[in-house]
Design a protein around this ligand. Structure first.
Ligand SMILES: Nc1ncnc2c1ncn2[C@@H]1O[C@H](COP(=O)(O)OP(=O)(O)OP(=O)(O)O)[C@@H](O)[C@H]1O
Length: 248
C-alpha cells in the first residue's frame, strides 16, 4: 500500500462477493473518519463486509480502497494482503498468543519501534488499558475482559491506519462490557484512528458511533449519522445483500 492520504475517507467500498449458492453480498458505501458502527441482525452480512475490508475474503468484482489506496480490485489483479493493509483487528475471541505473556503479546506488535524501546512502550500500552498488573500473565490465566483489554492494546500498538472490531465485547458480562466500551471510546478519541465496529448492541451505537451503517437480511447497508439512529431502524433497500434464504 502507498502512503495514505489523510484527507481521503478511510474506506470506500463497491464490491461483490459470493460463496456460490450459500451467500452473496454487494457492499457499496463510504465510511468517513471517526467510528462507523455496522449495526444489524445476525446473518445480515456485517462480518462478511468486515472480512472483505480486512482482506480475509477476496471480492469477485468491484473495488475496495483504504485511504484512497486500492487494496482489492480483481479486474486489475490487485489484492493487498491483510498484513500489508495496516489494520488493527479485535474479534470476539482475543486470539492472543497462548505461550506469550500479556507483555510478550504487546512487544510482538511493536516491531516497528527499535528493540530497546519495545518493553517500555508495551508497558505503557498495558497501563493505558488498565492491565499493567497483568504483564507477566499468560492468556489462559486471564478473564475474558482482561484478554480483550490486551487485544485492544495490541491492535492499537501496531499503529494501524484503520481499526476493525467484530463484536469484541459480546462474550463479556454487562459491567465488563460497559468498562471496555468506555475504554474503547477513550482510546479511539485519543488515537484518532478510524474505526469500524460490528455489533448488534444498540448501546454500542449510542456510546461509540459517529456514523451507523445499517444492515438487514435481504437488504442493504445504508449510512446514517449516529444522531439519526433508532435501534429499530432498518435500511432502505437500495443495495442488495442476498443469501440462500432471502435473495433479492
Ligand atoms: N465464509 C463464508 N462462506 C459462505 N457463507 C458465509 C461465510 N461467512 C458467512 N456466511 C453466510 O453469510 C451470511 C452473512 O454472515 P455474516 O457472518 O456476515 O453475518 P453477520 O451480520 O455478521 O451476523 P452475526 O451478527 O451473527 O455475526 C450468513 O448467512 C452466513 O451463513
Amino acid at each position: 500500500m502507498t502512503q495514505p492520504d489523510p484527507t481521503a475517507p478511510p474506506v470506500v467500498m463497491n464490491a461483490t462477493w459470493s460463496s456460490g449458492d450459500r451467500a452473496s453480498i454487494h457492499a457499496d458505501f463510504t465510511a468517513p473518519s471517526g467510528t462507523t458502527v455496522f449495526f444489524g441482525p445476525s446473518g445480515s452480512g456485517k462480518s462478511l463486509t468486515l472480512a472483505l475490508i480486512a482482506g480475509l475474503l477476496r471480492p469477485q468484482s468491484g473495488t475496495i480502497h483504504l485511504h484512497d489506496s486500492p487494496v482489492a480490485d480483481p479486474a486489475n489483479k490487485i489484492h493487498v494482503r491483510t498484513q500489508d493493509r495496516h489494520l488493527g483487528m479485535v474479534f470476539q475471541d482475543a486470539a492472543l498468543l497462548p505461550h506469550r505473556t500479556a507483555l510478550g503479546n504487546l512487544t510482538l506488535a511493536l516491531r516497528h519501534v527499535p528493540h530497546r524501546e519495545r518493553h517500555d512502550q508495551a508497558t505503557a500500552w498495558l497501563e493505558r488499558v488498565g492491565a499493567a498488573h497483568l504483564a507477566e500473565q499468560k492468556p489462559r490465566t486471564l478473564s475474558g475482559g482482561e484478554r480483550q483489554r490486551i487485544a485492544l492494546a495490541r491492535a492499537l500498538a501496531g499503529q494501524p491506519r484503520l481499526l476493525l472490531l467484530d463484536e469484541p465485547f459480546s462474550a463479556l458480562d454487562r459491567p465488563t462490557r460497559h468498562q471496555l466500551r468506555d475504554l474503547l471510546a477513550t482510546l479511539t478519541r485519543e488515537e484518532r484512528i478510524p474505526t469500524l465496529l460490528v455489533t448488534h448492541d444498540p448501546d454500542d451505537v449510542t456510546a461509540l458511533a459517529d456514523n451507523v451503517l445499517l444492515f438487514a437480511p435481504g437488504h442493504t447497508r445504508h449510512l446514517i449519522s449516529a444522531a439519526e439512529f433508532e435501534p429499530t431502524q432498518r435500511p432502505t433497500p437500495d443495495v442488495a445483500l442476498s443469501d440462500g434464504r432471502c435473495a433479492q
